[in-house]
Design a protein around this ligand. Structure first.
Ligand SMILES: Nc1ncnc2c1ncn2[C@@H]1O[C@H](COP(=O)(O)OP(=O)(O)OP(=O)(O)O)[C@@H](O)[C@H]1O
Length: 331
């Protein structure tokens, strides 16, 4: 594996849209005073209750071990259940956080409550303290994110990327069939465990579509990974509804993991909004270097079609030879 020596993380976030659009379409029933929740290990459903059940976990049952990372407003801790030693990740957002951040956490909670897929990080419970602090208890992904792996181990091989692609596509297939658009697919939002299971996480700017042709606000998420139609829906996205944007972001993510730097820019260059917007909207889509296989190049082309209507869907991409052939034997 080639080592990536100098790599600056691309972190261009855009503000959320107007308050009217940010409000979740499905009002979120928060557990009013609950400090504990019931958990069901066989599903990801997060059923908040005000009392501790036999299987319930109270926040006082958890011991903080270390900080795993800081997100946009919250902190994620590695925690351990004091009695059964199970390790979890606990995302905590404090009551004095920016209202936008709190809305993002409510959105994330709403989506995690609805999802039950091996390719989406599992929510084990939600806590709200009387102080207003909110915490989401999640399964612990012990290898971090694809971004951390890239920075520590270097670039990924094609067989590994085929595995990553297959898992993320299964996750997106699940989300899209439940009318959920992620809108922020990027290496740092894809969690990994030691078995190389990859799971989609961080639903802070995701959207639940009420109707198939719902308009989808373009300007949320990390702009570096945004598709052309999110900048310019008139030119690149007839009937723009957002689903295809997740595929563009997946294509860029795989390309980045293969070449070791953000594809639209030379290694080490810091992007700015104008440069990115011009490169994404007016430039050719980035492509793989010559040494990549035909299948991989074709797969990336199917993801990085500038016209969103020509981009393949998750279920179509799951039939692509790149993810279908048994690449493990190539290793
Ligand atoms: N379930 C988890 N298991 C292990 N580590 C996690 C888990 N969830 C989050 N992390 C770690 O915590 C970090 C912060 O996560 P968080 O979702 O708060 O924000 P982010 O995605 O990094 O940033 P932002 O919210 O700005 O997009 C992640 O980068 C990851 O390293």
């Amino acid at each position: 594996m080639a080592l990536v020596r100098e790599r600056r993380p691309v972190n261009l976030r855009l503000p959320l849209p107007d308050i009217s659009d940010r409000r979740p379409r499905f009002p979120l029933p928060l557990p009013p005073t609950s400090l504990s929740i019931s958990t069901n290990s066989s599903t990801s459903a997060c059923t908040a209750t005000a009392t501790t059940t036999g299987a319930g976990i109270a926040i006082s049952d958890l011991e903080k071990l270390e900080v795993l990372g800081h997100g946009n407003g919250g902190t994620v801790y590695k925690v351990q259940h004091k009695r059964n030693a199970t390790v979890y990740a606990l995302k905590v957002v404090h009551s004095d956080s920016d209202p936008t951040v709190r809305r993002q956490v409510f959105r994330e909670m709403e989506i995690l409550r609805r999802t039950d897929s091996p390719h989406v990080v599992r929510c084990q419970g939600i806590f709200e303290k009387p102080s207003g602090d909110i915490a989401i208890l999640m399964e612990y992904m012990d290898a971090g994110t694809l971004d951390t792996l890239l920075r520590t181990n270097g670039t990924f091989s094609e067989p590994d990327l085929a595995d990553v692609a297959r898992q993320v596509l299964n996750g997106l297939n699940y989300l899209h069939s439940h009318k959920i658009i992620h809108r922020d697919i990027k290496p740092s939002n894809l969690l990994v465990n030691k078995d190389m299971e990859v799971k989609i996480a961080d639903f802070g700017v995701s959207k639940i579509m009420c109707r198939t042709l719902d308009a989808c606000n373009s300007y949320v998420g990390t702009c570096a990974y945004m598709s052309p139609e999110r900048f310019d829906p008139d030119t690149y996205g007839a009937n723009y509804n957002g689903y295809a944007g997740d595929i563009w972001s997946l294509g860029l993510t795989l390309l980045e993991l293969y070449v070791g730097h953000f594809p639209f820019l030379p290694p080490g260059q810091r992007p700015d909004w104008a440069t990115l917007m011009c490169a994404i909207c007016f430039g050719e889509p980035p492509s793989l270097p010559e040494d990549a296989s035909e299948e991989f190049r074709s797969f990336i082309q199917c993801c990085l079609q500038k016209d969103s209507t020509k981009r393949w869907t998750p279920s179509q991409l799951l039939t692509h030879p790149f993810v279908c052939r048994d690449l493990r034997s190539d290793k």
